[in-house]
Ligand binder design. Structure first.
Ligand SMILES: NC(=O)c1ccc[n+]([C@@H]2O[C@H](COP(=O)([O-])OP(=O)(O)OC[C@H]3O[C@@H](n4cnc5c(N)ncnc54)[C@H](OP(=O)(O)O)[C@@H]3O)[C@@H](O)[C@H]2O)c1
Length: 317
């Protein structure tokens, strides 16, 4: 009995491993458009796919980032300037991509660009603070996708949307978690809609990684600015110790965060090159061992764990 059970489980994993290893053919003929290539995951993915021989169309926010990327890569890689919050910039980038991919269409679209500031207690924030993040992380993803969709449909290609574990567990106030929950919802509907056209949609859910977006000094200087601007009522509730304890949390997250960005870019590469991409990829030990399991817990249990691990206002009843 045990022998058959172990053999069955072994066979399942062997088949699963074999299925995951199947790679699509003619990668060198396929174009991949990536947003947010100035730094972090986007930058590393662009270089990784370039080394793999794919035709990378890398979108950067700044010319400086684009020039640095071109210097580190082959002549195959081309760059374009894209601000994901500006319709005219997205339209121009789509036309630029169209001219390059021609009749074959766009094999891969990677929606990677994102911002995270401000992350703070909701009480410190205004509507504009939420809108600023949603504009890049959610509306930017939606507008770029809608604009590039005909090109991806033509190639029967792939859409890879970068979400986060914070799209599963809303750990902080502010627009970031909301934007990532939105990316998850958008990707879900997109996956079903585009499946009729042979297009596959994957979501990447990294844990905490050391990149510009998660830089603790940038977050802390912004939190300090929010504290200075806060009303006396809010300051009374949260107390001046709010800053100190939040600083400890942010610094701790920074220290614990993963340093190997390839854990994320390898997931993106698999989603773009495998014959059988997954619908969701989690990257990083914290994502796999903590945040994703917590997201499946009953709300009351998840709340206890998150309450215990999070910063609290000091002057609560
Ligand atoms: N690092 C993490 O812990 C983590 C975890 C989960 C998910 N993520 C997600 O991973 C993605 C990449 O982030 P990262 O960690 O690699 O950070 P990053 O190094 O800051 O990369 C973000 C990129 O987006 C660009 N960008 C910012 N605003 C833009 C806009 N309006 N239009 C176009 N591009 C814009 C940035 O350009 P500049 O460099 O010029 O500002 C940068 O190149 C983001 O979607 C982020 O939410 C990160």
């Amino acid at each position: 009995m045990w022998f058959y059970l172990v053999t069955l489980v072994g066979l399942y994993y062997l088949l699963h491993w074999y299925r995951e290893k199947q790679v699509v053919s003619n990668l060198q003929d396929k174009h991949v458009f990536i947003t947010g290539c100035d730094s972090g995951f986007g930058n590393l993915l662009a270089r990784q796919l370039d080394r793999r021989g794919m035709k990378v169309l890398a979108a950067c926010l700044m010319e400086k980032g684009a020039a640095e990327l071109r210097n580190k890569t082959s002549d195959r890689l081309e760059t374009v300037i894209l601000d994901a919050t500006k319709t005219e910039s997205i339209v121009a980038a789509t036309q630029w991509v169209k001219e390059r991919v021609g009749n074959t269409g766009l094999w891969g679209l990677v929606n990677n660009a994102g911002i995270s500031i401000p992350l703070a207690f909701n009480a410190f924030l205004k509507k504009e603070d939420f809108a600023k993040i949603l504009d890049v992380n959610l509306l930017g993803v939606i507008e770029v996708t809608l604009s590039m969709m005909p090109l991806v449909r033509k190639a029967r290609g792939r859409v890879v949307n970068v979400s986060s574990v914070l799209g599963r567990v809303s750990l902080f106030g502010g627009g970031y978690c909301i934007s990532k929950y939105g990316v998850e919802a958008f990707s879900d509907s997109l996956r079903r809609e585009l499946s009729y056209f042979g297009v596959k949609v994957a979501i990447i859910e990294p844990g905490f990684f050391q990149t510009a977006i998660s830089n603790s000094d940038r977050h802390l200087s912004h939190v300090k600015m929010l504290w200075d601007q806060a009303s006396s009522e809010v300051k009374e509730i949260y107390d001046e110790k709010f800053l100190l304890s939040n600083e400890t949390t942010i610094k701790l997250l920074d220290k614990l965060s993963n340093k190997d960005l390839s854990l994320v870019t390898d997931c993106m590469e698999h989603a773009l090159t495998s014959c059988h991409p997954r619908t969701q990829y989690s990257a990083g030990w914290d994502a796999k061992l903590f945040y994703i399991p917590v997201s499946y817990l009953p709300t009351c249990l998840a709340d206890v764990i998150l309450f215990w691990t999070s910063t609290k206002p000091k002057n609560t009843p």
